[in-house]
Design a protein around this ligand. Structure first.
Ligand code: ATP
Length: 370
C-alpha cells in the first residue's frame, strides 16, 4: 500500500533545465481502426502530432484513448490503418517495430513500477543501450530532476502515490525518448498534489521537448497541459484544436458539455431562431422545424435590479466562496437557472431580480447529434 501523505512528497522537484533534451519525432495515425471481437474501439482515426507537440486525448471512459496510446507504444497492433513514427510505418506486418525499439517513453496510470527493484533500479531499467556507469549516472540525473535523489534506494511500497508518479516519470524520460506517452498520469493523485505534479510535469516535458500524448478524462488537465486537445467519443475524434478553440467554438453539444456546465433549454427552430423563455437565439446551420438545444454558459447571466431585462425570482442561494450561486426561477422554465453572483453584494432568497443575458455566451446546437 502506498503512503498517501508524509512530508517527503512536499519536497521540491529538481532544478529545472537539468533533464537533458530529446530529439522529438512526429507521430501519426492514418485511418486507424481497432477491433476487439465485435467491439470497434477505434473507428478510422487519423491524427498527426508534430515533433515536440503536446496533445491531450480527452474523452469519457471507454472512448478509445488508451487503445490509441497502446497502438503508438506498439503494445497493440491495429486491425486496419497505419501508425507512423517520423513518417515511417511501424505497424504493418513485416515492418512492425517492437515497443522497446520505438524510442517511446511510457507512463502508465498505475505507474507500473517493479516492486522488487529500488527507485534507482527502476529508472536504470529503461536505459538498456548504455554501459553500466553511464546508465547509473543518467538514472541518478533523472531521479534528481524529479526531486527524489534522497529516495534512490527506496522501494516502491515505501513511496507515496505522488512519489511513485515521479519515479514513473523519471523512468520514462531518462532515456530521452523522442515520444512520451502518458496514460492518466495525474488521476491517482489527490487535488492538492495534483496541481504541483501537473505543473512540474509540464515544465519537465517542455525541457525535454519530446512529442507527448497525454490521455485524460479531465478537461482541466487537458486545458492546462496540452498545445492541442483531441476530443474523442465512441472510438472517433469529434474535435481537435487548442483549448480556446474547443471552449469557444465547440463543434457539438457533446463538446460544449465537456468543457462547461451549461443551462440547457430545448426548443424548435422557427425562422432561423429558437424562441425560449429566456429569449430568442439564432440557430445558424440548423433546419427549419429542427429540435434544438439552447446552451447558456454560467457567465451568460448577470443579476440586475428588478424591473430590468428578464424577470426572475431567487428561490435558492448557495455560498461558493468567491461567488454565491443563486437559483433563479423564470416564467416558462421547468427548473430554476443556476446563476453566479459576485460578492460583496448579496441577494436574499425570495428576492425579485432582473437577469441580463449575454448572447455571446449562449450556443445553439441540434438536440439530436449524429
Ligand atoms: P478509460 O478512460 O476507461 O481507460 P479509454 O477511453 O482509454 O477508457 P480504452 O481503454 O481505449 O478506452 O477502451 C476502448 C474500448 O475497447 C472499451 O470498450 C474497452 O472495454 C475495449 N477494450 C480495450 N482493450 C481491450 C481488449 N484488449 N480486449 C477487449 N476489449 C478491449
Amino acid at each position: 500500500m502506498a503512503r498517501t501523505d508524509g512530508m517527503t512528497q512536499w519536497l521540491g522537484w529538481g532544478r529545472r533545465g537539468t533533464a537533458g533534451a530529446a530529439i522529438p519525432v512526429s507521430l501519426g495515425f492514418e485511418n486507424v481502426t481497432q477491433r476487439f471481437g465485435e467491439l470497434t474501439a477505434l473507428d478510422d482515426v487519423s491524427l498527426s502530432v508534430a515533433p515536440g507537440e503536446t496533445v491531450a486525448l480527452l474523452g469519457h471512459s471507454g472512448c478509445g484513448k488508451t487503445t490509441l496510446l497502446r497502438l503508438a507504444a506498439g503494445v497493440e497492433r491495429p486491425s486496419a490503418g497505419r501508425v507512423l513514427l517520423e513518417g515511417r510505418d511501424v505497424s504493418a506486418p513485416g515492418r512492425f517495430v517492437e515497443p522497446e525499439d520505438r524510442g517511446v517513453g511510457l507512463v502508465f496510470q498505475d505507474y507500473a513500477l517493479f516492486p522488487h527493484l529500488s527507485v534507482l533500479e527502476n529508472v536504470r531499467f529503461g536505459l538498456r543501450g548504455l554501459g553500466e556507469a553511464q546508465a547509473v549516472t543518467a538514472a541518478e540525473r533523472a531521479i534528481a530532476r524529479v526531486g527524489l535523489a534522497h529516495l534512490a534506494g527506496a522501494y516502491p511500497h515505501m513511496l507515496s502515490g505522488g512519489e511513485q508518479q515521479r519515479v514513473a516519470l523519471a523512468r520514462a524520460v531518462a532515456p530521452r525518448p523522442g515520444v512520451l506517452l502518458m496514460d492518466e498520469p495525474f488521476s491517482n493523485l489527490d487535488r492538492r498534489l495534483r496541481d504541483t505534479v501537473r505543473d512540474e510535469t509540464m515544465s519537465l516535458l517542455q525541457e525535454i521537448g519530446a512529442t507527448s500524448i497525454i490521455v485524460t478524462h479531465d478537461p482541466e488537465d487537458a486545458m492546462r497541459v496540452a498545445d492541442r486537445i483531441v476530443l474523442m467519443r465512441q472510438g472517433r475524434i469529434v474535435q481537435a484544436g487548442t483549448a480556446e478553440e474547443l471552449y469557444r467554438r465547440p463543434a457539438s453539444l457533446f463538446a460544449a458539455r465537456f468543457f462547461c456546465d451549461l443551462e440547457e433549454i430545448e426548443g424548435v427552430v422557427r425562422n432561423g431562431a429558437v424562441e425560449t423563455p429566456i429569449g430568442r437565439f439564432e440557430a445558424a446551420g440548423l433546419a427549419e422545424g429542427e429540435q434544438a438545444v439552447v446552451c447558456a454558459r454560467p457567465q451568460a447571466f448577470r443579476v440586475v435590479p428588478k424591473g430590468f431585462c428578464l424577470a426572475g425570482r431567487v428561490v435558492g442561494r448557495r455560498f461558493l466562496g468567491e461567488v454565491d450561486q443563486l437559483h433563479v426561477a423564470v416564467n416558462g422554465l421547468d427548473a430554476p437557472l443556476a446563476v453566479r453572483f459576485a460578492r460583496p453584494g448579496r441577494v436574499e432568497e425570495g428576492a425579485e431580480v432582473g437577469l441580463d443575458i449575454d448572447g455571446d455566451e449562449v450556443l445553439v446546437f441540434a438536440a439530436v447529434e449524429p
